[in-house]
Ligand binder design. Structure first.
Ligand code: URA
Length: 309
């Protein structure tokens, strides 16, 4: 039961009301939290126009409902170098192959005589502005055909905090900006509780394009897209990365582990020395508001890491 001022401010910003009842014996020193009511106002205050649509990719429950096979396959595909991506293997439930004719050749199959033509090399050398331009014209996977706008990410290029989500949803695809829908409003509340605004942090996604109908990202899409995120991390050089949701955590850490086990651990992002904290996706919190306290714990852990603790 959080009692310090910043934790209470967080819970208030997140729409959680704490009701404290006096001990029945009348002993006020023994006052304990007896009821934690969740105020659904966060949900109500946001755009509900998409209620009938399938939940955004990031809205998928991030733990218990995740199927182990899916986790493993996504992690395995994400871990595979781009040149090992199989584009013509038989489809199965989790590894639907990209159509060969829709795929822009992977670096490994391109002529190696001029290294500067290697798209991954170019990405790895781009500054933030040219990286954004590359993303806006990206055709490295078939999501380029179905997207409306690419979603590069935004915020302070010198941010201490880098928040990473899964993929754009409907609103993000329309507006070209990360976390502008319901989950984004909750993320704003989380930032507010930390004394931050979106201008203080950098927010990005693993995928820069919306998967059709908000389906789960495919491993191949992650492989094609993740060089952009890697470069964003290189350029921003955050003091901490907060991976929001199972998918972001698994992709960033190349892990098939369950998010419940990943939370609370101290990770390092790709041997860069940048600490990484795993927490639940804000969209998951919209559906499971009683988990908001755990996310606050994770954010405090991230803040401690920024402060060197
Ligand atoms: N969910 C995400 O993971 N990212 C967004 O930008 C929006 C919703």
């Amino acid at each position: 039961m959080p009692t310090d001022r910043s934790s209470l401010a967080y819970l208030e910003a997140m729409g959680v009301d704490l009701w404290i009842r006096r001990d029945v014996s009348g002993d006020e020193s023994g006052v304990e939290a007896v009821n934690e009511l969740v105020d659904e106002s966060v949900d109500e205050s946001v755009d509900v126009a998409d209620e009938s649509a399938p939940p955004p990719a990031g809205d998928e429950p991030v733990e218990v409902t995740a199927e182990p096979e899916t986790q493993t396959d996504v992690a395995a595909a994400a871990a595979a170098p781009a040149d090992t991506v199989t584009v013509d293997s038989p489809a199965d439930a989790t590894q639907v192959p990209l159509e060969p004719e829709t795929i822009v050749e992977s670096p490994a199959t391109e002529p190696a005589d001029d290294e500067t033509q290697d798209p991954v090399e170019l990405i790895a050398r781009a500054d933030l502005e040219s990286l954004q331009t590359m993303v806006s014209g990206c055709e490295r996977c078939p999501l380029s055909r179905t997207r409306n706008k690419t979603v590069f990410g935004s915020g302070n290029p010198d941010a201490d905090w880098l928040f990473v989500g899964e993929a754009p949803g409907r609103d993000e695809d329309r507006q070209g900006e990360a976390f502008v829908g319901k989950a984004g409003q909750l993320l704003n509340a989380m930032l507010f509780a930390l004394g931050l605004t979106r201008d203080d942090v950098f927010i990005a996604n693993v995928l820069k394009c919306r998967p059709p109908d908000n389906r789960d990202p495919m491993g191949e899409e992650v492989v094609r897209c993740e060089p952009y995120l890697h470069r964003q991390v290189d350029l921003v050089q955050p003091k901490v990365i907060v991976a929001m949701g199972r998918f972001a955590a698994q992709a960033l850490l190349r892990s098939g582990d369950n998010i419940s086990r990943m939370r609370g651990q101290q990770y390092e992002y790709r041997e860069t020395g940048i600490p990484l904290v795993v927490t639940y996706h804000p969209a998951y919190l919209l559906r499971t508001p009683d988990q908001k306290g755990k996310v606050w714990d994770d954010l405090l852990q991230a803040r401690r890491m920024i402060n060197g603790g």
